[in-house]
Design a protein around this ligand. Structure first.
Ligand code: S3P
Length: 195
């Protein structure tokens, strides 16, 4: 197998062209923390769709849900992700629900390489407990909510171009796995370093 350390990130950038690397997956999968480090390694800007939605709305996500409801948030999410994809190559972390929208999936297919950061319930739960700003998890039983979302969303996330398991390892190890997966997808095999 090709090792991430041997991969020339310039080759990946060239192969991506104007396409972005788009991270999808459930809350707690590590899309933002992995995305930020991935951007640094690849030499691409990192953009977090949730942060951009908050900037555009002038409100936090909990405030948007509270004042306007989830459908309003979702339509803003569709518009913001479309705008970000049009901005050219970047590492884009999407909110957990973004990829569930058909229109957004089609745009990501056309303008990006999608990576599903797939994690077990235990891993997700441990990570989401660190923050209290996710409206969907303000429930009596967040584990139950996550389990339901896994059932609904995992078959759709599986449409992503690549799947990388977001396990309990260092961020750098997961970033290595993502880089290896992207290189295998976008760089012709003959141009990859031999192992
Ligand atoms: C959501 C995930 C959140 C945020 C919003 C809704 C979801 O983003 O967009 O709270 O539907 O899964 P993260 O996945 O970055 O936590």
């Amino acid at each position: 197998m090709t090792l991430a350390a041997d991969i020339d990130c310039k080759q990946i950038r060239e192969a991506l062209g104007a396409r972005s690397v788009v991270l999808v997956g459930l809350m707690g999968a590590g899309k933002s923390s992995i995305g930020r480090r991935l951007g640094q390694r690849l030499g691409l800007p990192f953009v977090d769709a949730d942060t951009e939605i908050e900037k555009a709305a002038g409100m936090t996500i909990p405030e948007i849900f509270e004042k306007h409801g989830e459908p309003y948030f979702r339509s803003g999410e569709v518009r913001v992700v479309a705008r970000l994809l049009d901005a050219g190559a970047q590492v884009l972390a999407t909110g957990g629900g973004a990829y569930m929208n058909e229109e957004t999936r089609a745009r990501i297919r056309a303008q990006g390489v999608s990576v599903w950061l797939k994690a077990d319930l235990d891993v997700l739960l441990k990570r989401v407990r660190r923050r209290a700003d996710r409206p969907l998890l303000k429930a009596d039983d967040p584990a139950e909510v996550l389990r339901r979302l896994m059932d609904q969303r995992y078959p759709v996330y599986a449409e992503a171009d690549l799947t990388v398991v977001s396990r309990e390892a260092s961020h750098e190890d997961i970033v290595d796995d993502v880089i290896t997966a992207i290189a295998g997808h976008v760089v012709p095999a003959k141009d990859l370093p031999a192992s």
